[in-house]
Design a protein around this ligand. Structure first.
Ligand code: SF4
Length: 449
């Protein structure tokens, strides 16, 4: 190492309360934001990433420290920041939590990057080098057209999937979601060729497209996804992948065909609930438009392309009662959804839901920042409208025990294989179900008064 080079240490902290997320290698996701920050850093810096997804942080010297954190891991970020600040090393915090709570973050770090780093990171480094680091850096949303690929070479080699981002932003406005406030409601797209080059450059044969909706909601976004899939096919990249999308994929059979041909094995779809009332609670417009009665048809259509369905469901909408949640669990068990992600409704800061629940005095966890560690989608952190917190926690735990029982998973495996006619997709679904099982059963939901 050249000793004259300034040292930038980027840290990915883990939620120290719920280490279940660390259990299975397949469930870990590379800290893509740090990889992007590294690619925005000019040559001449010595950059390292310390990643608590693999082992607990051990102090390592640096000239500048950059930490990313989601709400559930922010306390750990503050702990690590204190170690560096004690030694006079400046600490910068970015990511979705600090962007929503910059004033809180500034009590624990020297600088906060609000929103996306592209527009502000180079300026921050310049200020650091001139000894004039400011407290807040914010630059609005970046034009992704010339976005640089992430520095995958700096990620821990143990990641099972390479994380790739092709777009940012979402024009929908689901009440519980922090994407519109963090990434804006305009769908912005990277250059498809640069995305395909990035995919070709990673050694992984498995990919996770981290976009909130890989296919977007307009023709432009659809063409963009198609260009990426075609590029992967043309270059014979032989990758297998999964991605998040929404139900509107069923209106695009040609795109589904291309997705499959380019290696798609599984699609995560925000189903959220199986009844209109709960969908209206959270303003899930796309599902309301397509209609809950069409879910079955939608799953069948995705299966026909050999792709498994990972359905994301929420427990704890305003209209939910214990009976409604029992129905949700029955629905999940009887539907042809292959993998279930069942989350407890969690009002993340920066969302409309958080503001509403706070104003209505329904937050149970409010000793911040300490209580942020419970905002990880398994604990009940607020008072639901039509049941007690205890009932919500118990309903969720009961659901997990049924949905994640080995007998259910074995049945789902056979059904996925049958429905998709693809053993590979069934194996993908099986592994994902085991991930959720390890998370859901390892530490049951708790409720806090
Ligand atoms: S949940 Fe999905 S569709 Fe809704 S706002 Fe968030 S990213 Fe958009």
């Amino acid at each position: 190492m050249n000793k004259t080079q300034p040292r930038l240490l980027l840290i990915n902290p883990a939620n120290s309360y719920r280490k279940g997320y660390l259990l299975r290698r397949e469930s870990k996701q590379a800290p893509l934001g740090l990889g992007i920050v590294a690619s925005l850093t000019p040559p001449g810096w010595n950059i390292k990433i310390l990643d608590e997804n693999f082992r607990e942080f051990r102090y390592r010297d640096a000239d500048l420290v950059g930490i990313t954190a989601v709400t559930a891991s922010v306390n750990r970020a503050y702990e690590i920041a204190a170690l560096y600040r004690e030694k006079g090393i400046p600490v910068v915090l970015g990511g979705i939590h600090a962007s929503s709570m910059p004033e809180e973050a500034l009590r624990y770090v020297d600088s906060v990057v609000i929103g996306e780093a592209e527009g502000s990171w180079p300026k921050l480094l310049e200020d650091f080098e001139n000894g004039r680091l400011r407290q807040i850096y914010t630059s609005g949303l970046s034009d992704l057209k010339n976005a640089l690929p992430a520095r995958h070479d700096l990620f821990h080699p143990g990641y099972y999937f390479a994380s790739i981002q092709t777009s940012r932003g979402c024009p929908m406005d689901c009440e519980f979601c922090s994407v519109p406030s963090f990434n804006g409601n305009k769908y912005r797209l990277r250059d498809p060729k640069s995305v395909v080059d990035e995919i070709a450059s990673v050694p992984h044969s498995l990919l996770y497209f981290v976009d909130d909706n890989l296919i977007g909601y307009n023709k432009n976004a659809e063409d963009h996804a198609a260009a990426i899939f075609e590029g992967m096919i043309r270059r014979n990249l032989k990758k297998e992948w999964f991605a998040q999308t929404s139900l509107n994929i069923i209106e695009k059979p040609e795109l589904l065909k291309l997705a499959r041909k380019s290696g798609c094995r599984m699609l995560l779809i925000g189903i959220e609930a199986e009844n209109d009332e709960a969908l209206k609670d959270s303003n899930k417009k796309v599902n309301l438009r397509l209609g809950v009665d069409n879910y079955k048809k939608a799953f069948r259509m995705i299966h026909r392309h050999g792709i498994a369905v990972l359905g994301a469901f929420i427990y704890g909408m305003d209209s939910d009662t214990p009976e409604a949640l029992e129905n949700r669990t029955r629905y999940i068990l009887s539907s042809s959804v292959d993998v279930t992600q069942a989350s407890v409704m969690t009002p993340l800061p920066g969302t409309r839901l958080f503001e509403k629940i706070k104003q209505e005095g329904r937050l149970l966890c409010r000793d911040f920042p300490k209580d942020w560690q419970h905002f990880h989608f398994s604990d009940v952190v607020f008072n639901p409208c039509r049941m007690t917190p205890k009932e919500l926690a118990e309903s969720t735990n009961r659901a997990y025990r049924e949905i994640c029982s080995m007998s259910t998973l074995r049945k789902k495996f056979i059904r996925t294989w049958w429905n998709t006619r693809s053993l590979r997709s069934a194996v993908w679904a099986w592994n994902s179900n085991l991930n959720y099982r390890s998370v859901g059963l390892e530490k049951p939901s708790e409720y806090r008064y």
